[in-house]
Design a protein around this ligand. Structure first.
Ligand SMILES: NC(=O)c1ccc[n+]([C@@H]2O[C@H](COP(=O)([O-])OP(=O)(O)OC[C@H]3O[C@@H](n4cnc5c(N)ncnc54)[C@H](OP(=O)(O)O)[C@@H]3O)[C@@H](O)[C@H]2O)c1
Length: 316
C-alpha cells in the first residue's frame, strides 16, 4: 500500500473506532513494554457503550495519593507512578477539584512525560452553584494543562440538576467527550438509578469491590440495559481491604486466573463483572501501579470463579 493510502486508511480507522482502538504501541512508544525493554502484553479493554471506544480495564485514581502539596520529591514520585501507568498501557486518570493539589500534580506529570495525547482525562465538577460550574471546570482544565477533558462527572451528585445541562452543552459543542455522575460507599443509589433512567449520561462512577457489592442488585444491570459505562472507585476500600486480606495467604486457585497477589485478586473480581468498564485504584507506588495494571492481563474470572472469590473473602 502506498504511503498516502496507508495514511488515509489509518485516518479512516481513527475516525471509525476512535483513538483508543489503535494498538497502544502506535500511540505511546513505551506502552506494552516493561522498563527493561522486554515486550509485555497490552491491557485488556472494554468498550464505552455510548461510542464503542475501548478503555483499559484498569485506570488510576488520585484522591489522597496525588494530593502531595508542593514537595518536590513527592511530586516527582507521582510523575513516576504516571509514567509506569502509561508504560503499562494505562489511559484513564480520575481526579476532582475536591482532591487538593492532585489536579496540578497530574497536569505537571502529563506535561513532563508528554502524555497529554494519551491520557483519558476524567475530572469532576464539585460546587454547590450551577452558575459557578463553568468557572471551576475551566480552572480544572488549566491545572490539567489539557485542551479539553474526555469525561466530566458531577461529583457526589452535588447540584447535579444544575451541572448536567452545562456538561451536555459542552459535549454538544465538542468541548467534552463524555458526561457522567459519581457517588461512593453506597450513598444515594436510588437517586443514581433515577438519573441513569432519565438522563443521557455516558458514565456512572460508584464504589464496587469484593466487600461493597450493593451495586450488583440494580445499578450494574441497569447500566448494561441503558448502555452506560461504569467506573468502579474505592477498589481496595482506600487500602483497608488489602491490609485485611494480606493477613491471609492467597488461595492456590488464584493462580488459575493469573493473580500474583491480593491486589490483582481484588481488581480481577471487579473488572470481570460484565457491566464494569474499568476500576480506578489509587497508588503512590510504582511497584503497586505495575501490579494493578497486571490485573488487566491474562485470564479473567468467569461467573463461577467470581462467586468463589467473593465467598472466599467473605469467609475470611
Ligand atoms: N465520589 C467519588 O467520585 C469518589 C469517591 C472515592 C474515590 N474516588 C476515586 O476512586 C479512586 C480510588 O479510590 P481510593 O483512592 O479511595 O482508594 P483505593 O484505590 O481503594 O485504595 C488506595 C490505597 O490502596 C493502596 N494500594 C494501591 N495499590 C496497591 C497494591 N497493589 N498493593 C497494596 N496497596 C495498594 C494505596 O497505597 P499505596 O499508595 O501505598 O499504593 C492506597 O492507600 C480515588 O483516588 C478517586 O479517584 C471517587
Amino acid at each position: 500500500m502506498a504511503a498516502s493510502q496507508r495514511t488515509a486508511s489509518l485516518r479512516r480507522e481513527f475516525l471509525k473506532r476512535g483513538l483508543a482502538a489503535l494498538a497502544p504501541s502506535t500511540l505511546w512508544p513505551g506502552a506494552g513494554h516493561a522498563q527493561s525493554g522486554a515486550a509485555t502484553a497490552a491491557p485488556a479493554t472494554r468498550p464505552v457503550p455510548s461510542t464503542g471506544e475501548q478503555l483499559p480495564l484498569v485506570g488510576l485514581g488520585s484522591w489522597i495519593t496525588f494530593n502531595v502539596g508542593n514537595d518536590r520529591a513527592a511530586r516527582d514520585a507521582c510523575t513516576e507512578v504516571m509514567r509506569a501507568f502509561f508504560e503499562a498501557g494505562g489511559r484513564m486518570i480520575d481526579s476532582s477539584p475536591m482532591y487538593g493539589l492532585s489536579q496540578s500534580v497530574i497536569g505537571e506529570g502529563l506535561a513532563r512525560i508528554g502524555a497529554a495525547a494519551r491520557v483519558f482525562a476524567a475530572d469532576k465538577v464539585w460546587i454547590g452553584s450551577g452558575a459557578r460550574g463553568p468557572g471551576q471546570i475551566e480552572e480544572s482544565r488549566r491545572l490539567w494543562r489539557l485542551p479539553r477533558f474526555d469525561l466530566l462527572q458531577v461529583h457526589n451528585l452535588l447540584a447535579w440538576e444544575e451541572h448536567l445541562p452545562t456538561l451536555f452543552a459542552m459535549k454538544a459543542a465538542g468541548r467534552l467527550r463524555y458526561v457522567g455522575i459519581t457517588t461512593s460507599e453506597g450513598r444515594r443509589h436510588r437517586e443514581i438509578e433515577s438519573i441513569m433512567q432519565s438522563q443521557p449520561i455516558d458514565f456512572v462512577q460508584l464504589s464496587y469491590n469484593l466487600l461493597d457489592r450493593d451495586a450488583e442488585d440494580r445499578i450494574l444491570p441497569l447500566a448494561r440495559e441503558r448502555g452506560i459505562a461504569v467506573i468502579a472507585n474505592r477498589p481496595f476500600r482506600e487500602g483497608a481491604l488489602l491490609r485485611g486480606l494480606q493477613r491471609h495467604p492467597l488461595p492456590p486457585w488464584a493462580a488459575e486466573i493469573g493473580c500474583d497477589g491480593w491486589a490483582q485478586f481484588a481488581l480481577k473480581f471487579i473488572v470481570s463483572h460484565p457491566a464494569v468498564t474499568c476500576a480506578i485504584p489509587a497508588t503512590s507506588s510504582v511497584a503497586h501501579v505495575r501490579q494493578n495494571m497486571g490485573a488487566a492481563l491474562g485470564r479473567q474470572p468467569d461467573a463461577a470463579m467470581r462467586k468463589r472469590m467473593a465467598a472466599h473473602v467473605e469467609g475470611l
